[in-house]
Write a protein that binds this ligand. Structure first.
Ligand code: DX5
Ligand code: ZN
Length: 216
């Protein structure tokens, strides 16, 4: 199980302590970039990612919720990202998405696609042999602390079955409302990586991560 805490929910007034807790307990850090246009919220710029880069060797898993992922893929690659995941809905165009996935690979980063809850898995199947990560949203993107949408479970099953049928090897990552209440169901359906913000950062980080791992 890869645990990728969303630092959207981190307590930045406690940065040093919390980054140390992450460094000793998880594999990835999930970095939510929101532009106030693709989603009705605004988060971090590249300077904050550089701060994380200076304070951790963990895999920096950048989630672009932006209308111009082509532009911001360069910005966050330069700032230290290890992977760039962007939304199909930014373009609603398979060819444009394929081109951007190639560009991200050309920067020697892992590349991934994400879909909102309302976008069928079928829509992005032509991209699945080009990705390293599939970020399945189990909430409407834009905010932390939302309730898990159980329909994501069937979508993960469909995606994992397709991955097996086509002998593909991308990571299935789930994002939104993840907790110890749904982690086992997610993992048993083929999920490899769990994004969790509010569940991890509300309380003791290390023990909350352990609670997730016990759900494997
Ligand atoms: C939502 C973000 C998620 C969110 C997860 O748009 O992509 O990563 O921060 O937070 P929780 O785990 O609290 O739903
Ligand atoms: Zn996210």
């Amino acid at each position: 199980m890869i645990v990728s805490p969303s630092v959207y929910s981190m307590h930045f007034d406690n940065f040093k302590e919390e980054i140390e807790a992450l460094n000793k307990s998880v594999e990835w850090i999930h970095f939510d970039v929101m532009d106030g246009h693709f989603v009705p919220n605004l988060t971090f710029g590249p300077g904050i990612l550089q701060t994380f880069r200076r304070n951790t060797n963990l895999f920096l898993d950048v989630h672009l919720m932006v209308s111009d992922p082509d532009y911001y893929s360069d910005v966050f690659a330069k700032a230290g990202a290890d992977s760039i995941v962007f939304h199909y809905e930014a373009y609603n165009d398979i060819d444009k998405c394929a081109k951007l996935l190639d560009k991200i690979h050309g920067m020697y980063l892992k590349a991934g696609i994400s879909i909102k809850p309302g976008t069928p898995v079928e829509t992005v199947k032509p991209l699945l042999d080009k990705i390293d990560i599939f970020l399945m949203m189990s909430v409407e993107p834009g905010f932390g602390g939302q309730s898990f949408m159980p329909e994501a479970l069937g979508r993960i099953e469909e995606l994992a079955a397709y991955r097996k049928e086509k002998d593909l090897d991308f990571i299935i990552e789930v994002d939104g409302g993840v907790s110890d209440k749904n982690a086992h169901d997610l993992m048993s359906r083929g999920t490899d990586a769990l994004v969790a913000g509010s569940f991890v950062f509300n309380g003791d980080i290390v023990s909350n991560v352990e609670k997730l791992r016990r759900c494997e």
